[in-house]
Design a protein around this ligand. Sequence first.
Ligand code: ADP
Ligand code: ASP
Ligand code: MG
Length: 462
Amino acid sequence: MKFGGTSVEDSAAFRNVTRIVKSASRQRMVVVVSAIGGFTNALLASVEKAIDGDARAATRSLDQDFERHLAIAQQLLWEDVRSHFESEIADARGQIGELHKIVAAHPSTQAPLRDEIVAFGELLSSQLLAAVLRENGLATRYVDARRLIKTDESYGGAVPLAETATATQAELVPLIEAGEIPVVGGFIASTAKGATTTLGRGGSDYSAAIVGAALGAREIQIWTDVSGVLTADPRVVPAARTIPVLSYQEAAELAYFGANVLHPKTIQPAMDRKIPVRVCNSRLPREAGTLIVTESEAAPQTIKAIAHKSGITTVQITSARMLGAYGFLRALFEVFDRHRTAVDVVTTSEVSVSLSLDNPSALPEVIPDLEKLGAVEVEADRTIVSVVGEGLRGTPGIAARVFSTISDINVSMISVGASSVNLTFMVDDARARETIVRLHRAYFEDEVAQATAIMAAEEVVA
Ligand code: ADP
Ligand code: ASP
Ligand code: MG
């Protein structure tokens, strides 16, 4: 059972979690928990302050967050346990202060130190939750996640190594068999040498999937602040509603293309071991949420959800040399490889290639290399929109219906069929909201609009 940051943001949230864990406590389980809401952001911001040179201001900027932990302890823990946790907080503050000083003095060593500092979010939340659950009669045991998840040295986005499974089993199985409930922090891990790493923002979901897969769990539960995976991002479409069942592939595509209710890497470990993933609301635990399994039925209108990712940069390379030539694409991708820049969506024509980048920070170095291959055009502030549904590739009329719904909005980089479950395209950030709202209305809200759109699409197809 994994609880996200908003599920542990204050003492009321901790009480909810306690109720949820208690009601499942006849089963054997492991609890994975994120840093308390907002603390990871604050820790990262504190590192930036230290890099700017003011270590004391960096440490002081976290005082409010330490107070939030203490307030939760104050409200939920008895004297002895509370004073133990208070000394953990004082200790953490001291260690973070020392790390800030090192960062301020040597800003160039920041990547490993940043992970070391950020990890305190999950280290503290997991100790606090273990204590709160124990006071409520549950036989919990705090376990340092860095003993379970072993990664390479890619700080900030580390990749788990194969020995993770055996390490996790060796640490957790004896505890579980003794009737204890291990409580571990998500997101954090360590290298073979013992240096602290993190799995990338939102990575606690991934931790839960890794631990669940290592133990062959019957289910991986992601408890968050919405009732499952919804038909669209609820911050853009308030009318978005819960999707009862998704296939692994549908869920993975939604997560890749911006549905941040699930970290994009969460699905793979679950899929490898065919473990169902359930996404539930920690504030409304009775709501059914979403179940993610191997296969799901196609929705009547095929489309199950709309995901989006804004702030994308696209790059177009045009060269007549590409016509009929081989080796061009290899040379092109080698440029991105060399500059360690990940490419998301790719579309090509005979003489041009368009690609999208999530993180354009290396572009100033990438562009001169690309210009050796052809003319380069860069566009920032773009949004990838992805409509997802099992059976999409084989269903006629989907593209016609999607594009007739937004016929006055300029779209580019259309990609369909690369995956059998999604249709992806790019619009300007400025028109993204409107695009998503209109597609959602056509597919999920308005019966009349649905009928009209189907007719329009049929006309186009005919
Ligand atoms: P947690 O702290 O529990 O990990 P996150 O903030 O990482 O929670 O993820 C949950 C949030 O993801 C929701 O509050 C919602 O705003 C956002 N979200 C974006 N797209 C979707 C979607 N399709 N379904 C559900 N939530 C979504
Ligand atoms: N606390 C980490 C973050 O905010 C990991 C997570 O919440 O999943 O990114
Ligand atoms: Mg999350």
